[in-house]
Design a protein around this ligand. Structure first.
Ligand code: AMP
Length: 178
């Protein structure tokens, strides 16, 4: 089985979670399969190439799981972007819109060295609001966003277009597209 087919077989659609009408893409079976998990991490590292990234940002919570091994294999540092109230030091924060209401993400103000080249990693790219907020945080903190890697992209929700409008020239990379 090739990597695309293996990864697809390990993503489960859960209808009406967490809200009616939403089809949640559960990646737990993919993470639990060591061949699929390692294959996904290796594919992200291979796409960008070692030596091109200084810091890998993981977005809470499932982004952490992927971003940390990617950072390790790059020889890069890991930076968490978190929900409010979780980071102990001075933070920058960004608000972004959801279908209903708003969310906030934070990063430590001292998370990056000036000019650090940053890859943002998350599990799912849907409307792109989360990734775009993370990218604004990276820039506010003085670093440069060079890439966004996600396990899966829900193309019909337009996240790639929305993210690229905000971050032209940033490489958007999805292992699976639905
Ligand atoms: P968005 O900001 O709309 O691109 O949403 C992306 C974030 O929401 C990611 O951090 C995902 O973990 C989560 N997410 C959005 N839609 C889904 C979905 N259908 N299945 C699983 N996670 C999702």
């Amino acid at each position: 089985m090739d990597l695309d087919a293996l990864l697809r077989s390990r993503v489960v659609d859960v209808p009406d979670f967490p809200l009616p009408g939403v089809v949640f893409k559960d990646i737990s079976p993919l993470l639990a399969d060591h061949v699929a998990f390692a294959g996904a991490v290796d594919a992200v590292v291979a796409h960008h190439g070692r030596g091109t990234i200084d810091k890998v940002v993981g977005i809470e919570a499932r982004g952490f799981i992927l971003a940390a091994p990617v950072a390790y294999h790059f020889g890069a540092g890991f930076v968490p972007v978190r929900k409010p109230g979780k980071l102990p030091l001075a933070t920058h924060e960004e608000q972004y819109s959801l279908e209903y209401g708003t969310n906030v993400l934070q990063v430590h103000q001292d998370a990056f060295a000036p000019g650090d080249r940053v890859l943002i990693v998350d599990d799912v790219l849907a409307t792109g609001g989360t990734a775009a907020a993370a990218a604004r945080l990276v820039e506010t903190a003085g670093a440069e966003v060079v890439g966004l890697s996600v396990l899966l992209e829900l193309e019909f929700l337009g996240g790639r277009v929305a993210f690229t409008e905000q971050q032209p020239g940033v490489d958007v990379h999805a292992l699976l597209t639905y």
